[in-house]
Design a binder for this molecule. Structure first.
Ligand code: MN
Length: 228
């Protein structure tokens, strides 16, 4: 007899550059409004607020060239974001120690059902319905820090059907990667397998079926996704 009463769900994992071994994903944290120009375009004052986070589900991360247009929405937006994967964690991590916990980086999209998120914001409800849906986070394979170094600056750019829509720099983040790790660890116990999506620059917008989105972040792998 099996030790499980139902078939255990398959663990979410990501491929890693240069190896056949995979990175198991434990949790996915996403920061909101982390580039000043994007905070302004969404109608907020970037100077006033402390950072805030929402979560996606580990199995929302999908390595695929296709993004299926999700159900229950007519306004799906792209948000180009760098992903940070942790190899260790803890609580009350000091900013100066935070990067020691990073395993690697990847290129990702925080796809968003903006209409549903808008209703949630207006009514003071959680954001999951707008953010944590199936296949909502297309992502590339991870690149280990040993290979790519840490990423505190560098171009982050998204094109839609070849037209540049988002064109920022990682150095425009309001809360830097070490600060995000430290802040999160004051509220949650971080651990190996945690992934953080680090926010999106200005220029977010809607997608239609047939669109091709391409995201390029510094020297990380390029992400190319067709909306189907
Ligand atoms: Mn986002």
């Amino acid at each position: 007899m099996s030790e499980f009463v139902i078939e255990p769900p398959q663990a979410a994992t990501l491929p890693v550059k240069g190896t056949d071994s995979r990175f198991p994903v434990r949790r996915v944290y996403c920061i909101g409004r982390n580039y000043a120009a994007h905070a302004i375009e969404m109608g907020h004052d970037p100077d006033k607020d402390p950072p805030f986070f929402f979560q996606k589900n580990p199995d929302n991360l999908v390595v695929s060239n296709e993004f299926p247009y999700p159900v229950q929405t007519e306004d799906v937006h792209f948000e180009a974001e760098m992903a940070v994967a942790l190899k260790s964690g803890g609580t009350n991590i000091k900013i100066d120690d935070a990067l020691d916990h990073v395993y690697g980086y990847a290129t990702a999209l925080d796809m968003t059902r903006r209409d549903l998120q808008g209703v949630a914001k207006k009514m003071g409800r959680p954001w999951e319905i707008g953010k944590a849906f199936e296949k909502s986070a297309p992502i590339t394979h991870l690149v280990p820090v040993a290979e790519c170094g840490h990423k505190d600056a560098g171009s982050i750019r998204l094109t839609q059907n070849g037209e540049v829509k988002q064109d920022g720099d990682l150095n425009q983040m309001i809360w830097k990667v070490p600060e995000m790790i430290s802040y999160l660890s004051n509220y949650f116990e971080l651990a190996a397998g945690d992934v953080i999506l680090t926010g999106t620059p200005a220029g977010v917008g809607p997608v239609e079926r047939g669109d091709v989105l391409e995201v390029a972040i510094a020297d990380l792998p390029k992400l190319s996704v067709k909306v189907v």
